[in-house]
Design a protein around this ligand. Structure first.
Ligand code: INI
Length: 161
């Protein structure tokens, strides 16, 4: 049987940065709360974490790229909320955010997780940020821990700065 790796859930010693968008802060604040819960539950030390705020989801990739490229973090989590009902350029902003985050992750070799809600309505965003459908900020932060550990297990993670 081939050896399988999934990335463990142990957060102690991992350094995780979070970039959060102020736009729709009533939602992104809830996502951040979920992310903090995930970090605490998985024993990521507070001194190994950082939160950076950007104006909107459009700005997430630039700051995520800078943090990931610094070599100081094992993973970066991006949190944002783009709500269709509230913007004519919904498609544009969500595409720039998701393409930019994927590109930044590939460029730096550091996992950068996409925690940007793209919903039709505010109600759907509320459901996904600590409502009936869970909290995407929590889920994506657990995935960040797993991705950071997976690269370490595969011995493909960046060496610390
Ligand atoms: N930013 C978001 O994160 N979500 C949105 O729904 C949104 N809308 O509706 O426009 C939004 N706009 C701001 C954008 O991300 C930039 O901050 C702004 O264009 C300045 O570059």
């Amino acid at each position: 049987m081939p050896k399988e790796h999934e990335g463990g859930l142990q957060g102690m010693g991992l350094r995780i940065a979070i970039v959060a968008a102020r736009f729709n802060e009533h939602i992104t604040g809830r996502l951040l709360q979920g992310a903090r819960t995930a970090l605490n539950e998985h024993k990521v030390r507070e001194e190994d974490t950082l939160v950076a705020w950007v104006p909107g989801s459009f700005e997430l990739p630039l700051v995520a790229h800078a943090l990931a490229g610094s070599g100081r973090y094992d993973a970066v989590v991006c949190l944002g909320a783009v709500i269709r009902g509230e913007t004519a350029h919904f498609e544009h902003i969500s595409r720039v955010a998701s393409d930019g985050i994927a590109q930044a992750s590939r460029d730096t070799g550091v996992p950068i997780l996409l925690g940007v809600l793209t919903t039709h309505t505010l109600a759907q965003a509320l459901e996904r940020s600590g409502g009936q459908v869970g909290n995407a900020g929590y889920n994506v932060t657990v995935s960040a821990i797993q991705m950071a550990n997976l690269l370490k297990e595969l011995k493909l993670g960046r060496s610390p700065a």
